[in-house]
Design a protein around this ligand. Sequence first.
Ligand SMILES: [Zn+2]
Length: 377
Amino acid sequence: NNRSESACRLHVLDDILQRRKRVIGVITHGHLDHIGAVAELLKRKIPVYLSEWSRRFLERYARKIPKGAEFTIVSENESIRYGDFQVSFISLQHSIPGALGILISLKKKNILHLGDFKFNGMEESIGEFERTLKRIRQKVGRIDCLVLDVLNVEMEGYTPPEFQVIDSLKKIIKKARGRVIISFFSSNLRRMEEILKIGRSQKKTVGISGYGMRSSYNLIERYLEGNFEIPPQDGQVILIGGSQGEENSGLAKMIWGEHRLLSISSRDTVVFSSRCIPGNEERMRVSLKELHKRGVKIILHQGEKEKLNLPFDEIKEEFVHVSGHGQRDDILKAIEILKPEMIIPFHASPEKYSIFENLIGNGRKIKRLSYLKTFKI
Ligand SMILES: [Zn+2]
């Protein structure tokens, strides 16, 4: 986000390159916060390993990928050797296809990086991922270090399954008299696919608007079952980016009357199929207040009204989003099965690391990562 911070991080990368003869980059999945700096690795001729889906996302979304850059495509259950290291890949459930966990083994030490993950909240998917983790633990005997996504550690239970969101959207689309404008992260291909199916079953046209959304459609087009025509921009249901109130997004342009093709009327329903990411509250409030002022029906995810301090009765809440990250039970279950000697929590703020440390107690060694600090496993 911040130029001087990015420069500092690149300096760390160059520092590592000076001290180590060989460095490789292994990408867990195609979300921008995980692939945004891959161009810097490629520029420095660092070999990059990633899944086929992550490569597709990288080529669509990450800027400045050097021409002719080569990647090594890896898939789940595959292993590569690099010097003394063995790196094995595990399939993970997240909000994007092709997410991989990484098991790094060196001289009888095993480090497991679970990337961004969740058990996906259904008996079947929980059981399946439990078996995967048990297999890993049995195979290597001992996990010396677990790198663990603790973003949602403060939320109780398992992260609910995506189908609950789809069920809510189905009802909202069925009930709506005007258009339903749904905004979510375009990388959530599953949500896009399911909404296209809802449109087909309810005989409503689904429009897909904006570069990000249309790029995502291009990614899933050939995997869609049955006949889908290339979606128009407009429709009875419109999928559009801007769920975080981003100023240049399609949704913001619609709200402020600056969109070339689309405008909003008071007959429309706007669904924010998302959760406000900390830091975006103010710009979301501005957009939502404008929509409210114009009499547009607004549906937010449960709990968002209070979070955004929007005490208007007309703004409704429904179950319209699930996170791609595990909640407390996902986190605890992974630890229970893997029994790691040490845990490195990641993907969260210092406050959440504290919640995690208090939750786990003194029984386990927890290390927080920080720049330029190294420690032995
Ligand atoms: Zn992610």
